[in-house]
Design a protein around this ligand. Structure first.
Ligand code: G3P
Length: 216
């Protein structure tokens, strides 16, 4: 499973990238607004940090404007994947951008049938929001399972990107469900490293090693 960081914060992205295990970044207008910089400049800066897929979202909602904005975003860097919301004009825009060889990440997906439409339009990535479904007492992970099964049934190459993860359990469940990618807020990425038995075990190994020094 590929791991992306769901952030527009350069420090978080730099730190995550330093482990050598992060495959990309997802942003959205809300994440970029938090950083207080120009949208395109921030995407450019992120592309300079990490060699991987960098999702950048359009804010237009009409097909011609979405396609024009998608082309501009794609020009920023070869790594850019154009994020398009799952609305009617969005699906038309994905069909057109795909025909031009521009990769898309279809976002705000909350149903398997929406995901089917995105795959048919040629999306590179589909982003079901598992946490936001769980927030309203729906089963986000069940949606990942459904989409993976439907895409497998028909051999769609669209990759399932589990988005809106709230914690390590979501990441494990998404991996078990066969999601190709999980995008994680930095905090969740950092939580994946933790296990109390690792800390206790290391403390004991080091304490025992120190004893051997005394013995010498
Ligand atoms: O970037 C899309 C998605 O991951 C947003 O997550 O936490 O705002 O529901 P969240």
């Amino acid at each position: 499973m590929r791991i992306f960081i769901d952030s527009a914060n350069l420090e978080e992205i730099r730190t995550a990238a330093s482990y050598g295990i992060v495959d990309g970044v997802t942003t959205n207008p809300s994440l970029i607004a938090k950083e207080g910089h120009d949208h395109h400049d921030q995407i450019r800066a992120i592309c300079g940090i990490l060699d991987g897929d960098i999702s950048a979202e359009v804010v237009a909602t009409e097909v011609d404007a979405m396609v024009a904005e998608g082309r501009e975003l794609a020009k920023i860097h070869d790594s850019v994947v154009v994020k398009i919301p799952l609305i009617r004009d969005g699906i038309k825009a994905v069909s057109r951008l795909t025909a031009e060889g521009i990769r898309t990440n279809v976002t705000l997906c909350f149903s398997a049938m929406q995901a089917l439409l995105a795959a048919k339009a040629g999306a590179y990535l589909i982003s079901p929001f598992i946490g936001r479904l769980d927030d309203i007492s729906h089963d986000g992970i069940a949606l990942i399972q459904e989409i993976v099964e439907i895409y497998d049934n028909y051999g769609y190459p669209t990759q399932v990107l589990a988005a809106s993860a709230r914690g390590p359990l979501h990441v494990k469940q998404a991996a078990l469900a066969g999601a190709h990618v999980s995008t994680l807020p930095y905090k969740v990425f950092d939580q994946l490293f933790n296990h109390p038995l690792t800390d206790i075990g290391l403390e004991k190994f080091l304490a025992d090693y120190r004893k051997t020094l005394v013995a010498v």
